[in-house]
Design a binder for this molecule. Structure first.
Ligand code: ZN
Ligand code: ZN
Length: 349
């Protein structure tokens, strides 16, 4: 009896307090749902039986896991992964790729889950899975006066694309994305070892020129350049006579990114990604020249360059392209459709 009464009280509480607040679109809505769900479901249990899709998310900042409904989770991903000032169609494209990425990782669908946190479908570390942030964090980030407008647009981007994903041959696509390509995206087969999906090819992008990373120059003192390689087991002489950098590109991709470079004398070969990390550059698309005591790197783009260019998506939207056109541009040959049902054999490779 007591149990029945408390159930009634709970229903009343939901009807009187939570529902109106949720409908009014208050800030704490998606964080609050997260708390309710994390308390209500046993650990590690993901399901799609109740009309929603529950994901187990490892919150990297809090170092704890919580369960979230997919569509609520996506609001936090779009807010964290893309500037809220972007055009609505770009935000919609971001919502679709983030949904595809999450479902493909989901262990209940045969995905690998988060590689750093076993038991979680995804974590909130952008270098491992995809970024996600609490509403309160977005509120701090967004300028006062714009916050409710931005939140409403992000919610609209997620809700108006509800359930939509990108597929290739009836399987969830590998929906990778990056900030700025700098003129042409990169084929997955060039960016990473392995074959690469047929829809992750290099495509021209003239739409991301409003990104501050489109073209960039970074000057580095030659002493810092030499010091960047000190972590190497065998210290290589990396500067020749007259402080000429002993660095040579031995392989470039179709998009112009450096795939292999030879450093030092005698030379040792490095991948473009290794060299980018050593030097702290925004992408593997770089050239250099010496000016006085500095080496000046000219770079194009920001990120690995594979899949959707986020600034490019915004540029396409500004020119009147819809989110489906945006997705079809960056992932050639994919279909934008409702997510295949659970158990249909879509797995992460
Ligand atoms: Zn992760
Ligand atoms: Zn681009």
């Amino acid at each position: 009896m007591l149990k029945l009464l408390s159930m009634h009280f709970l229903c009343l509480l939901v009807a009187l307090v939570f529902l109106p607040a949720a409908l009014a679109g208050n800030w704490w809505h998606w964080d609050d749902q997260l708390k309710e769900q994390s308390n209500g479901k046993p650990a590690g249990e993901s399901n799609e039986l109740d009309g929603g899709t529950l994901l187990r998310i490892y919150l990297t900042g809090e170092q704890t896991a919580a369960e979230m409904e997919l569509e609520d989770y996506l609001v936090g991903v779009v807010a964290a992964e893309m500037p809220a000032s972007f055009h609505l169609e770009a935000l919609k494209a971001q919502a679709v790729v983030a949904r595809t990425y999450a479902l493909r990782k989901m262990t209940a669908r045969g995905g690998s889950g988060c590689r750093s946190h076993p038991g979680a479908d995804l974590c909130t570390d952008s270098t491992c899975c995809q970024a996600w942030e609490k509403g309160s964090v977005s509120l701090e980030k967004w300028p006062p006066g714009k916050d409710s407008f931005y939140l409403q647009r992000i919610r609209e981007a997620v809700s108006s694309t509800r359930g939509l994903v990108i597929t290739f041959e009836q399987e969830l696509a590998e929906a990778v994305y990056h900030s700025t390509c700098g003129g042409m995206t990169e084929a997955a087969s060039d960016a990473w070892s392995g074959g690469g999906s047929p829809y992750l090819q290099a495509v021209e992008c003239t739409y991301c020129s409003h990104s501050t990373y489109y073209r960039r120059e970074t000057a580095m003192p030659l002493t810092a350049y030499a010091a960047a390689f000190k972590m190497e087991k065998e210290a290589l002489p990396v500067l020749g006579e007259g402080n000429v950098p002993l660095l040579e590109v031995t392989a470039r991709s179709k998009s112009g990114r450096n795939l292999l470079l030879e450093l030092g004398a005698p030379g040792r070969t490095y991948s473009g990604n290794e060299m980018r990390n050593f030097l702290g550059l925004p992408s593997t698309h770089f050239h250099w020249r010496v000016e006085g005591n500095s080496i000046v790197f000219s770079t194009r783009g920001h990120g690995h360059g594979v899949g959707m260019c986020q600034y490019g998506a915004d540029g396409m939207a500004a020119e009147g392209h819809g989110f489906i056109e945006i997705l079809e541009h960056y992932y050639g040959g994919v279909t934008v459709e409702e997510a295949p049902p659970l158990g249909s054999g879509t797995t992460e490779r």
